[in-house]
Structures are given as C-alpha cells and as structure tokens.
Design a binder for this molecule. Structure first.
Ligand code: PNS
Length: 170
C-alpha cells in the first residue's frame, strides 16, 4: 500500500504582534494540513516592535494545544523556507480588496520562483476584517482597548511593551 505524503502548509508573516485575524487563519488552515508551520519572518530592514523571540513565543502561547501547528522563524526567501520544510503550500489571509494586489504579486512571484509552490487564501472573517498589527500597536500605544482584537494571552505583553517604550523615552 502506498503511504500518503504528509501535507505541510506554511503560514508566513511578520506577526508584530499576532492578531485575532491571524489566529483565526491559523485555526482554519490547520484543518487542511497534517502540519501547519507558522513562519515568522526575521527581517532586519523592517523594524519590528517585538523581538523575534517574543513574536514566536506569542504565537506558541496562543496555539498551545493545537497538535499540528508549529511555529518557526525564517529568514531569506519564503519559497526556500517552504521547500526546506517539505511543504508545497503557502497560506495567506485576504481582508479587503486593498490586500489583493500585493498578495497577487507575492503569490505570482513565489510561483515564478518555485513552480511546485502554490498559495491559497482564506477570506478573513468579517469580524476581523478591520484588524492589522499596525492598528493594534497604534491603539495600545495611545492607551486604547485591544481586548477582543488580539488573543487574550498576549494583551498584557503588548501593553507592557508599550509602557516600556514610553518609559524609555522619558
Ligand atoms: O505579515 P506580512 O508582513 O504581510 O508578511 C509578509 C511576508 C513575510 C509573507 C513576506 O514579506 C515574505 O514572504 N518575505 C520573505 C522574503 C520573500 O520571500 N520575498 C519574495 C516574495 S514577495
């Protein structure tokens, strides 16, 4: 009997920080694969608020108990990471039409660089369609309420980071 190849998907992003929108995509995508790897981009040119370790830790905390979800950092080209992990599918979320152009370009570039790699898109849940890591940082920085917008497990961490930044500026 032929053994079936394990289906491995990669959900890449900056996750600075993880939002409820990201987590919803992780939960939904994990049902499609034997293994879903959340790939956190280590990108020195894009200044992140949270360190790589903090971002990875946030996602691990929020996906605890999801047996087939693994969190790893990657650098360099996404398609190389995908191949290295034995995956053939990239997962991304689409919010509004405004996401489409960038996502289409990225999916086409990745396909051009690696013919065996496909990108699949999840339509972001309507309740999360207005969320982004940037707006979360903006709200938290100004003392607004981020409960319900990011997983409860990381709310305190986000506020603590903002407080640290404000203190450092004094
Ligand atoms: O959460 P983000 O910042 O929208 O995620 C963007 C990400 C990490 C998916 C994208 O920047 C990426 O894949 N970067 C790795 C470098 C790469 O492969 N670039 C070529 C494709 S655009």
């Amino acid at each position: 009997m032929k053994t079936q190849k394990k289906r491995i998907g990669v959900y890449p992003g900056s996750f600075d920080p993880l939002t409820n929108g990201h987590l919803d995509i992780i939960i939904r995508a994990s049902k499609l694969f034997d293994l879903l790897i959340v790939g956190v981009l280590k990108n020195d040119s894009k200044k992140a608020l949270f360190t790589m370790d903090e971002r990875v830790e946030h996602i691990r905390k929020c996906t605890k108990g999801m047996e087939n979800v693994k969190v790893e950092m990657f650098e360099g080209l996404l398609v190389d990471f995908v191949k290295q992990k034995g995956a053939d599918t990239i997962v991304r979320g689409l919010r509004a039409v405004s996401d489409y152009e960038y996502e289409l370009q990225m999916a086409m570039l990745n396909k051009h660089m690696s013919q065996e790699t496909d990108t699949i898109f999840f339509m972001t849940d309507i309740h999360n369609s207005f969320l982004s890591s940037s707006v979360i940082k903006d709200i938290a920085q100004h003392g607004g309420n981020i409960h319900g917008l990011v997983p409860e497990e990381i709310v305190d961490d986000i506020y603590a980071k903002m407080k640290g930044i404000k203190t450092a500026k004094l």
